[in-house]
Design a protein around this ligand. Sequence first.
Ligand code: EPU
Length: 418
Amino acid sequence: MEILIVDGGGRLHGDVRVDGAKNASLPIMAASILISGDACINRVPDLVDVQTMSLLLQSLGADVSRSEGTLQIDTRRVTGHHADYELVRRMRASVCVLGPLLARFGRASVSLPGGCNIGHRPIDLHLKGLTALGADLRIERGYVVAESTQLRGADVFLGGPSGSTVTGTCNVMTAACLAKGRTVIRAAACEPEVADLGRFLNAAGACISGLGSSTIEITGVEELASVTHTVVPDRIEAATFAIAAAATRGSISIHDVLPSQMTSVLDALRAIGVDIQVAPDRVDIATSGDLTGVELAALPFPGIPTDTQAQFMALLTTVPGVSVVTDRVFPDRFIHASELVRMGARIRREGASVVIDGGGQLTGTSVMASDLRASAALVVAALAADGESQIRRIYHLDRGYAHLEQKLTRLGAKVIRR
Ligand code: EPU
């Protein structure tokens, strides 16, 4: 199994370009099932999760091809409606095919995704939304089996105990595109990736308004036609580079980003003492002065993304003073804390938060990645640490960061894969 070896202690400097967003690409690929024609999707990142979604679409009968960053998906010959456990267990986002399959074929059988290292991840809200549209849903031998003769628009509240649901909103919004009449999704996810999916669907002929807000309205149409779309920048990848630069006290420029989608992250970095300049598609990060500990909480958009919580934790272990990190989206997403402790961090869990006594020098050692963003946090810590770190189970990283070691090497880091 491959490991990443990081020789830490150097400052990151230079320029980096971010890819298209993983969490927009995956639901957009799934939604191509609805299109009676070709979907041409630009700026799709070269990730294992994208390969998994391609395999899933191919297993249903779709033609999927890739040239550079562009995916061509033709779902005209799709006849399958069964998403098998073998593929779904590799990637939870596979559940995004549920709404599109149901809307196109009137039936879908999608494996329940199973356990996850970032905490409890039910899909009850997906099921609630699709039931409101008139689907008949049951759980059979580990699969969600959904049927409907005609989906009908409905007024659906999709809020749960932790706020909105990103892929749940995607599933219901996509299914509603071909439902009869008007659907209103209340407490919809406002994440830019959900809005990007909506723009893709609108470009294909859907009628969706309110994208980016917590109330999304969809008027059903007869069919969706061929479409070309360019995926939004990956704000989580951009945030990871920004945080890594701060952790190494470096100075970098991050290109091809939308800073307006990163306000909470940039605000938190400024509160920590990082200097930030923004241009329309660029963020410049510099760390000239002292950094200080902060209290921060991961929340649904526009709050600090839970997908940056682990990286912020790694940064804050290097910052003098006490910091408190809380995750209100996935309250148990703290497995990385114990690996950071192995690198010398002083972190203790207190209920739904961790308290960090920051500012000590991290030291390189062997650490184990437990999920995608935990892996990113270990990379951030390893870049800031004194000496060599070996990060194991980096297949998690390849699910969400394309060409990470090449990009870091260009920023002056000493990183190799072995
Ligand atoms: N929730 C429910 N019921 C549901 C669905 C969710 O209670 O039916 C709860 C979850 O347990 C959680 C909260 O609602 O507490 C938010 O979960 P959400 O459904 O929004 O998460 P998701 O759609 O499964 C997406 C991203 C995750 C990201 C979360 C939160 C994709 C493919 N995945 O997951 O990305 O952490 O939203 O922003 O879009 C990652 O990229 O590393 C990653 C895990």
